[in-house]
Design a protein. Structure first.
Ligand code: SAM
Length: 210
């Protein structure tokens, strides 16, 4: 993992997982009891900025293992003074295991997880049965999991894991819509891939109540 060496103080928009102790109390973390949504592997933060600005009554947390990218996203949030949106630098699996309380968040977004193309690297992929279990344990009953990718075979893996998981039901995915301007995409990767003419696969699942 890369270390956070930059000098600019981005708190509270950016903090690292090493700054946390125990389970996050979301109302303490954000200073309100609004719903919380996670953006796993938030990258440069386009989704965080757009969603945070559009939905001031939802709290967003991006989790990004690459501190440089996480800080870059946090700078954008700080510049726009988006108070309901933060970035956590660290490995999301560590966060799921140690810092996210069971059934404590309203939605989890996983956009364009790294595909790890080479066969010998496939086991580094984020989506596994254990990861689907972590999603199921963390999201509230009725909460949503959104996952999009341009990688067809990875999407098939994600679908197989999520569609057959006892904790989830499949919902119809959102339709593709034409962007109104250059930043009108769900994420930076969606923009890059759509501009390159790639097909985007979109998945949506709801946590069952039992
Ligand atoms: C292909 S990029 C997609 C970024 C963004 N979601 C988008 O759609 O533009 C995948 C991101 O996931 C991050 N990532 C990979 N593994 C992670 C992990 N275990 N915990 C947190 N972030 C992770 C990478 O550093 C990278 O920024």
């Amino acid at each position: 993992m890369r270390h956070d060496t930059s000098r600019e103080n981005l708190f509270p928009w950016f903090r690292t997982i090493d700054d946390l102790t125990g389970l996050i109390d979301w109302s303490e973390f954000y200073g309100n009891s609004n719903p919380v949504e996670l953006d796993v592997g938030s990258g440069r933060g386009l989704h965080l900025v757009t969603a945070g600005q559009s939905n001031p009554h939802i709290n967003y947390l991006g989790i990004e293992i690459d501190y440089k990218e996480g800080r870059r996203a946090a700078k954008r949030l700080k510049k726009r003074e988006i108070a309901n949106t933060r970035v956590l630098g660290g490995d999301v699996n560590r966060a799921f295991n140690n810092h996210f309380a069971p059934h404590s968040v309203d939605a989890i977004h996983v956009y364009f997880p790294d595909p790890w193309w080479k066969r010998r690297h496939r086991r580094r992929r984020l989506f596994t049965d254990l990861f689907a279990d972590r999603l199921s344990r963390t999201v509230k009953p009725g909460g949503l999991i959104h996952s999009w990718t341009d990688v067809k075979d990875y999407f098939e893996v994600i679908q197989a894991l999520m569609d057959h998981h006892p904790g989830f039901e499949v919902l119809p995915p959102p339709e593709e819509r034409e962007p109104l301007h250059d930043l009108d995409y769900q994420t930076s990767f969606e923009r890059k891939k759509r501009q390159a003419g790639e097909t985007i696969f979109r998945g949506l699942w709801r946590r069952k109540s039992t």
